[in-house]
Design a protein around this ligand. Structure first.
Ligand code: ZN
Length: 212
């Protein structure tokens, strides 16, 4: 798949970072959306719905763009070798990163925050890349457990650190909207690799850093 060219405009911490990877324009589902509208009892030809199939198509191209994005492309150029890092116990923690994903059982959003920590082994990653990496895996059909693991595993592969910790806290609209119960419940998942798994002290330090 050909990548679209990034725009030249810059935004601080925004979505138009020149190194962002862009979704395809279409995933070809407009005719299917039109059929859904008919099946649920709507009139796809009424004014308010005329452009809906095309809009939904573009929205889904964006929401599932993670399928077309290689995590390595996202972090490309932002991996730095620090000779002194890794000789001490400097934990890197990025907390409260917002994410939005889609549950694979209902294709309805779940969303929340993700906290990432790692103990470098010489290689460090530009901090702005961690939210990008999260988006690569969030913009797919997911279950929260796998999303958490994939983020941790990709950091492990890319940085070869001494350990990685990822904690995700999310609300699932498939539970809230369908009134299953516990409308305000938050689901927490975690993936602890390397020293975060082996050392309770390291794990607890991370968990206390992401609290509050
Ligand atoms: Zn669901």
């Amino acid at each position: 798949m050909a990548k679209r060219k990034a725009p030249t405009s810059k935004a601080k911490g925004g979505a138009t970072d020149p190194e962002d990877v862009f979704p395809p324009d279409s995933v070809g589902i407009a005719p299917l959306v039109r059929q859904i509208l008919k099946n649920i009892g709507e009139d796809p030809d009424r004014e308010g719905l005329l452009k809906t199939p095309a809009r939904v198509d573009r929205a889904w191209a964006f929401l599932t763009s993670g399928y077309h994005t290689d995590p390595r492309d996202v972090v490309n150029g932002a991996i730095f070798t620090e000779k002194t890092v890794g000789t001490h116990d400097e934990m890197v923690v990025v907390r409260d990163v917002e994410f939005y994903s889609l549950c694979e059982h209902h294709m309805i959003p779940f969303f929340g925050t993700i906290h990432v920590g790692y103990l470098p082994n010489r290689k460090v990653i530009g901090l702005s890349k961690i939210p990008r990496l999260i988006d690569v895996f969030a913009r797919r059909l997911q279950v929260q457990e796998r999303l958490t693991q994939q983020i941790a595993q990709s950091l492990l592969t890319i940085l070869n650190p001494r350990g990685v910790a990822v904690v995700a806290e999310a609300r699932h609209l498939c539970m809230c909207m369908r009134g299953v119960q516990k409308q305000n419940s938050v689901t927490t998942t975690s993936s602890m690799l390397g020293v975060f798994r082996n050392s309770p002290q390291t794990r607890n330090e991370f968990l206390s850093l992401i609290k509050g």
